[in-house]
Unconditional design. Structure first.
Length: 737
């Protein structure tokens, strides 16, 4: 209150202007108790104002000093506190976990570090009561105004001179009664505080190491031979990250004994966001060393993969009784179809449904899909929502494949009952049944024109059909059960993969042999034409995809990465993009020209089931299949993932800092203080739910623990940087109130 220095004050408050919101509440609370408080909410510099402060300070009965990260560096606050201490009327209060300046550490100090402005806080009320009692019992400053001189009268004869008064006894000098101090423990400072911070970091490290150890020994998340090493390493990382943050805060003038202060929480959240692509891409697991295969990942074999006509969407069929539609550019799941599982009538001994989806296809318009299942049906559903449209029922055995005609007017299904049924997708009624195979019919494909249908069966024959007329045009022998058949992009050739490892290519017109190669393993499961029909790709039981020259039969390249047999292949219309499905629970998108695995997707059992998909927008993830990759062989991709994560985290941090500045300027300082942590927490929570919804629980645990690696680096760098600031740049804060 400016202009009120003259007269006596009950309380003088010394503080730094950055702490005004809390000091204002303190001043108002004291005023409501009937005390006269001197404080200036708009402190300015100048000789006249200094005089005003000095007069107010000298005329106050009690002095409150508010120690904070800002006031401990203020020369004015220190001088005012020194004046109060000299008169024994100082009431210190600590609102930040900082080291109190030398000379004031033995004065009993109220610990208000936990106080957030709540007027009903017990410690705050106790401090107010102590100050009020101190103001009531203190004698205050001495009265510096001179006493008026006694009136002197000259003696006259009529009035005798008055007797000279005896001098009054000189009053004994009495020391002002000291104000009663607040009943509170001494604030931890100096070496005691360092020991407390060190102990807190040790406790944090033990807590993290214990949790990680429980996970390591309760699952296959960490391999047995490496468990002690990883548990110890996790404890060391947790300690370094926490202690580095504590020391960085101390260097800046504040350090919190809370287990997760805002500075440390922000550091961990930033690190979690930064490493999220590594985990969500599914390529990094604890102990994912060369020659060591990660266990503990539950999923389902992928039986078939089919691209839409534009090569932009991929439909997968799996042993989890589900068909899924994916975006091939990002690996983000678009929709799922569950009806085969939810309506299944066949279960294994563990009660799990066994209505596996063997094959699926997308309609030419792209709005519908059809899936074939072990439940003896094929089902039509909407690609956008996974909503069921109709059921195609009529086969007497498992339905192994379902394909849509290029004009969208028919669906063909192949079954273990030895028949091929042509269906009207508009009505769901069968229009024709084709017979001729002696055993299961395993695979189907329409030619690009749509007037021919090719089938492959258990009897080892590939058959060509005029499906509209219901007659067989011709056939060729593959030498063993045919697992897959495909027309070339122009329809002039047919390729088949057989159970004896043979991959054969025939002319459509006369079934004359064009090429014959051996996949290189005892069984070949899949085939596809690539590179504008100049080459054919084959997949088999040996986890390797091989691409062969049709004209020479030479092996052109091998695509490696799958951890299980390659069950299915398909290619884009131009043959430049190849997709594969494997028993390792994943589907992959490959560039034929470069042999690079662009995207990996997987039928993985989620940690939790969510009612809605959280994959959009695909900021943190472009793949969801947990397949470990040796980063030493793909450094470029590892760098991309790391760069992606840190770019996203940095963008969020910058946005949060801008928001903090905005809220600070408009006066919403409590909101400003939480802006950074709040923004990072929301993003990290989103990532956590996304991981839990798309990957096994081990991936979630990995994400939460491996974040201590970058957190430790950042904490130590922050400590070093703040130490330099304190030693070289901090003088600018000296002398500021």
């Amino acid at each position: 209150m400016r202009g009120e220095a003259v007269g006596h004050h009950d309380v003088f408050i010394s503080y730094s202007r950055e702490d005004r919101p809390k000091v204002e509440k303190l001043a108002n609370a004291l005023t409501e108790r009937g005390m006269h408080v001197w404080w200036d909410p708009k402190i300015k510099t100048g000789a006249g104002f200094r005089q005003e402060i000095a007069e107010a300070l000298s005329s106050s009965k009690t002095v409150i000093v508010v120690w904070s990260r800002y006031s401990v560096a203020s020369r004015f606050v220190a001088d005012e506190a020194d004046e109060g201490a000299a008169r024994d009327i100082l009431f210190p209060a600590l609102i930040d976990n900082v080291d109190i300046p030398l000379g004031f550490r033995q004065i009993q100090t109220a610990d208000l570090t936990h106080w957030r402005g709540n007027l009903n806080d017990n410690a705050f009320k106790a401090f107010l009561a102590a100050v009020a009692e101190g103001a009531h019992t203190s004698s205050g400053a001495p009265n510096r105004r001179p006493e008026p001189a006694p009136e002197v009268h000259e003696p006259t004869p009529e009035t005798p001179a008055p007797e000279k008064p005896k001098p009054a006894p000189k009053p004994r000098a009495q020391k002002p009664k000291p104000a009663k101090q607040v009943k509170s423990k001494y604030t931890t400072t100096g070496s005691q505080r360092r020991l407390a911070l060190f102990g807190q970091a040790v406790f944090m490290a033990a807590l993290i190491a214990g949790a990680f150890g429980a996970l390591a020994y309760a699952s296959d998340f960490v391999f047995q031979a490496y468990r002690p090493f990883f548990i110890g390493a996790m404890g060391v990382l947790a300690f370094l990250s926490r202690y580095g943050t504590l020391e960085a805060d101390r260097a800046a003038g504040a350090a919190s004994l809370a287990l997760l202060p805002r500075s440390y929480l922000a550091l961990l959240l930033f690190s979690l966001i930064a490493i999220s692509p590594l985990v969500l891409e599914g390529r990094l697991y604890a102990a994912a060393l060369e020659g060591v295969k990660v266990r503990g990942i539950e999923g389902a074999d992928i039986n078939n993969v089919t691209l839409d006509q534009n090569g932009e969407r991929l439909i997968t069929s799996s042993d989890d009784n589900i068909a899924k539609l994916w975006d091939t550019r990002t690996g983000v799941e678009i929709s799922q179809y569950f009806d085969h599982r939810s309506n299944c009538q066949s279960f294994n001994e563990n009660g799990r449904p066994q209505c596996w989806v063997w094959g699926a296809d997308v309609s030419p318009a792209g709005d519908l899909a059809v899936s074939a299942s072990r439940d003896l049906t094929a089902r039509i559903w909407r690609t956008a929502t996974g909503e069921a449209v109709r059921t195609l029922a009529g086969h007497k055995n498992s339905v192994y494949d379902a394909v849509w005609s290029p004009d969208g007017t028919a669906i063909a299904t192949a079954s273990g009952d030895g028949t091929i049924i042509i269906w009207d997708p508009e009505t769901g009624e069968p229009t024709r049944t084709l017979t001729g195979h002696n055993g299961d019919v395993r695979a189907l494909d329409f030619n690009p024109v749509g007037d021919r249908l090719v089938s492959g069966g258990e009897d080892g024959r590939m058959m060509i059909w005029n499906w509209r007329e219901g007659r067989r045009i011709g056939y060729a022998s593959a030498g063993a059960m045919v697992n897959d058949v495909k027309f070339s992009g122009d329809g002039s050739m047919i390729a088949a993969a057989a159970d004896n490892g043979a991959v054969r290519v025939w002319r459509t017109s006369d079934r004359g042999a064009v090429a014959s190669v051996n996949h290189g393993a005892r069984r070949a499961f899949a085939v596809a034409f690539v590179d504008s029909d100049r080459a054919v790709a084959s997949g088999g039981i040996d986890e390797v995809i091989r691409i062969w020259s049709i004209s020479t039969g030479a092996l052109l390249t091998e695509l490696t990465g799958h951890q299980g047999a390659v069950r299915a292949l398909d290619a884009s219309p131009d043959g430049g993009l190849l997709v594969s499905g494997s028993r390792d629970n994943t589907a992959r998108v490959w560039s034929v020209a470069s042999g690079r695995n662009r995207v990996t997707m997987g039928h993985i059992r989620s940690a939790i089931d969510l009612p809605v998909s959280l994959d959009l927008p695909p900021v943190f993830v472009s793949s969801q299949a947990p397949v470990p990759v040796d980063f030493s062989k793909d450094k470029e991709f590892a760098g991309q993932l790391i760069g992606k994560g840190f770019a996203v985290a940095a963008a969020l941090l910058i946005a949060a800092l801008l928001a903090k500045g905005f809220f600070w300027v408009i006066g919403l300082r409590p909101v400003a203080r939480l802006s950074v942590v709040g923004t990072l927490f929301v993003a990290a929570a989103y990532v956590g739910v996304l991981i839990a919804a798309t990957l096994p629980v081990e991936a979630l645990a990995l994400w939460l623990t491996i974040a201590f690696v970058p957190a430790t680096l950042f904490a130590l760098l922050r400590w070093l940087w703040r130490g330099l600031i304190l030693s070289n740049l901090n003088p600018r804060t000296r002398g500021a109130r």
